[in-house]
Design a protein around this ligand. Structure first.
Ligand code: HPA
Length: 265
């Protein structure tokens, strides 16, 4: 880690903030802000993607010590799966016990509408990559890692209760399919994903979740649905705009979850 990050107090929860969730970092109290470029364990940064800030904010949120990653690394930017999981290794080294991973996603299931927030219950890693395939990973984590109940059942129950507390509508389960991108899916691919049992689709998350389980972190996942997958006229700008339009609900929900997490960490 960078010398700046080395000096940080331990955290309880790490949050990776996808489009729509990113503003939450501005609510963090007594923040220490570290640009990704200054974190030694991050890969040298390539082209960043519009809408992803690229900084780590450590401080207090919802009564918990948190490390929030504003922005993330994606396979479609040319990073390896191991590199994509760099925030998880930083989170583990800061002592995080829980990873809350958030993203913007397309709806695969016909009964999920744009604007919905989905609590992830499982994932399909369809990227053909894995963050544990790396010489360095071998020295950091076990090579073979169980992915059974990767999204922690107890934490999911807490998230469901938090959504009720906060009066934020949240779909209680959904399977996230992670693809490499950056092209969006064809209509045929969306039909394939439905057949495979996916509910939402995106270009992130799956490697972070695998790395988190390898490091022993408990995982919660939230998708903000920004569009119908293979929807008409889909653009990155629309995805970001839909994220912005739903940011308040997403923020309220994350705060409620953090508040309810006490006692389980
Ligand atoms: N497909 C893949 N990734 C996405 C989508 C989508 O429809 N929407 C937001 N991220």
């Amino acid at each position: 880690m960078s010398s700046a990050a080395d000096e940080l107090e331990p955290v309880e929860v790490a949050i990776i903030l996808g489009s729509g969730f990113s503003r939450i970092a501005e609510r963090i109290g007594s923040p220490a802000v570290i640009p990704f470029e200054d974190i030694e364990d991050f890969p040298s940064l390539r082209r960043s993607v519009l809408g992803h800030a690229g900084r780590l904010v450590v401080g207090t949120l919802g009564g918990r010590r948190v490390a929030a990653f504003q922005g993330r690394l994606h396979g479609y930017q040319g990073y390896s799966a191991f590199e994509v999981a760099a925030p998880v290794r930083v989170a583990a080294s800061l002592g995080a016990k829980v990873l809350l991973v958030t993203n913007a996603a397309g709806a695969v299931s016909a009964d999920i509408a744009p604007g919905e927030i989905v609590l992830l219950s499982d994932q399909l890693n369809l990227t053909c990559g894995n963050p544990l395939v790396d010489q360095e990973a071998l020295s950091l984590t076990p090579q073979f890692v169980s992915m059974r109940e990767a999204f922690d059942p107890e934490l999911r129950t807490i998230a469901l209760q938090s959504a009720v507390d906060a009066d934020v509508a949240m779909r209680s389960e959904g399977v996230y399919a992670g693809l490499l991108g950056p092209s969006y899916e064809t209509a045929a691919e969306v039909r394939m994903l439905r057949t495979l049992g996916a509910d939402v689709v995106g270009m992130s998350t799956v490697h972070e979740v695998i790395a988190a389980r390898a490091h022993g972190l408990r995982v919660l996942g939230l998708s903000l649905v920004t569009n119908a997958a293979a929807g008409e006229g889909l653009s990155h700008a629309d995805v970001l705009e839909m994220g912005r339009a739903n940011a308040v609900r997403a923020e309220t929900l994350v705060l409620a979850i953090l508040q309810r997490l006490s006692g389980t960490l």
